[in-house]
Design a protein around this ligand. Structure first.
Ligand code: MG
Length: 460
């Protein structure tokens, strides 16, 4: 795996690190100079999330880009998908977004966006890293420095783009009551306004931007959404939505206060989409539930499985011209809008589903097939992780094994286990799915034991 070895800055979604420890002002300056060198004399959009350190890093990145001769257009604070939308719509050559998405408050990072609005490919990441590590970034002559331009109000245009993709009349007639939990992040700049413009009754939670995330941690996991569930119930709302820190993800809560994990809401959106577009292809990572295939096959749809990570889904959708993608973590990629995950677009689609069906969200969710998942991990030295996976492949007895990302072993057509080495930690992640909790647990226990033995043998 040459790529694994050579990559040292970019992870699954850009460059991330703890502020002033891993992600230092010096690193951000030199990296943005390298990014500016890569794009050449160009128009770069610069945006940021609401983290405490985001303004500082945004100023530093702007200076690095200007020094490299790029013109910088300052989009200010906005959700990641809004900046991706503007990159393509505004004809920019690329964008830098200062964000650490769902990571804890002490983190920050950079995402680099290509002119099509999608995160740059891993080949381009390697090119930027090569410039960075060589130190040979371009420093423009004094008369060739870039300029900085502020942008006026532009989020309205982005909200209009989303609204134009859904049945506004149906939503307006239904007047759903929705509670929006923005995790004190930039989702609060879009989703509450969007919902209000669609005729919803909107209540907001954690919707003042605050980089210390006083309301809850920025990852919308069920354990972080207790207040949202309570408020949905207490206010008799039809729907609750929780974003991560940069609002490219959306996790939904039904009217009873029940959190539904991302692949179930994705299944509901898949069904809704395929009813109107039978036979279309759906794109999702190998870690997603079999529920997506169950729903797709009902409407002659096919599923295209990708490695884990939103850029893989986006790139596959763009090259295959697929119109819908999704991830189990609450990422919905709606192609008619753009092939990147977008929490506000996902919310608009969910409102459309509730409005058009006239059903409660809990009822809609109950109609879906039921699966059980178990997650676990096991330590493995980094230098052994691919060797052990090869050994494991030689041992498994299964009617189907997939190697799209890690090893996915099928035991029957409804139960499987995915074993992936983590990109950042010396561990394997195990993820099993089955029709019963016991079966999923049994798969995890069995493979954990096999992996433990193989790791022990290989280390001797
Ligand atoms: Mg995010």
């Amino acid at each position: 795996m040459e790529v694994e070895k050579a990559k040292r800055l970019f992870g699954t979604n850009g460059v991330r690190g703890i502020v002033n420890r891993e992600l230092t002002p010096k690193l951000v300056l030199e990296l943005s100079q390298a990014i500016g060198t890569f794009f050449g004399r160009s128009k770069i959009l610069l945006g940021r999330d609401g983290r405490a350190s985001s303004r500082m890093f945004s100023e530093i990145a702007a200076s690095g880009l200007v020094a490299a001769g790029c013109d910088v257009y300052d989009a200010g604070m906005a959700p990641t998908p809004a900046i991706q939308y503007l990159t393509r719509k505004g004809g920019f050559d690329g964008a830098i977004i200062i964000t650490a998405s769902h990571n804890p408050p002490e983190y920050n990072g950079l995402k680099v966006i290509d002119r099509d609005g999608i995160e740059i490919s891993s080949d381009k990441e390697l090119e930027i890293e090569a410039i960075y590590f060589s130190g040979e970034h371009r420093l423009a002559e004094w008369r060739g420095l870039g300029e900085r331009f502020p942008l006026g109000e532009w989020l309205e245009d982005y909200r209009e783009a989303i609204k134009s993709k859904v049945d506004q009349t149906a939503i307006r007639n239904c007047k759903p009551r929705i509670v929006v939990d923005s995790a004190n992040g930039v989702g609060s700049l879009v989703t509450p306004y969007l919902a209000r413009e669609l005729g919803c009754q909107v209540l907001t939670l954690n919707s003042n931007i605050d980089g210390t995330f006083p309301g809850r941690l920025p990852e919308p996991t069920p354990e972080n959404l207790g207040y949202l569930c309570e408020i949905v119930r207490a206010s008799r709302a039809d729907l609750g939505v929780a974003h991560d820190g940069d609002a490219d993800r959306a996790i939904f809560v039904d009217e009873t206060g029940q959190v539904h994990w991302g692949d179930r809401s994705f299944a509901l959106i898949t069904e809704h989409f395929l009813k109107g577009n039978p036979g279309h292809e759906i794109v999702t990572p190998v870690s997603s539930s079999q529920i997506i295939e169950d729903v797709a096959s009902k409407y002659e749809g096919k599923v295209y499985w990708t490695p884990v990570g939103s850029p893989y889904v986006s790139r596959a959708m763009a090259t295959r011209d697929s119109k819908l993608g999704g991830e189990e973590n609450g990422g919905i990629f709606y192609g008619p809008h753009m092939p990147v995950r977008d929490g506000a677009m996902a919310t608009a689609l969910m409102l459309e589903i509730i409005a058009q069906s006239g059903e409660r969200l809990s009822t809609l969710m109950e109609s879906l097939p039921r699966y059980f998942n178990v997650k676990d991990k096991i330590p493995c030295p980094k230098d052994l992780r691919f060797k052990v996976l090869d050994l494991l492949m030689g041992e498994v007895e299964s009617f189907r094994v997939e190697t799209i990302d890690g090893l996915k072993v099928w035991h029957d057509d409804k139960s499987w286990i995915l074993i992936r080495p983590s990109g950042t930690e010396p561990i394997y992640r195990l993820f099993a799915e089955a029709k019963s909790q016991e079966k999923a647990q049994e798969l995890v226990s069995r493979y954990k034991a096999i992996l433990g033995r193989l790791i022990g043998d290989s280390g001797e």
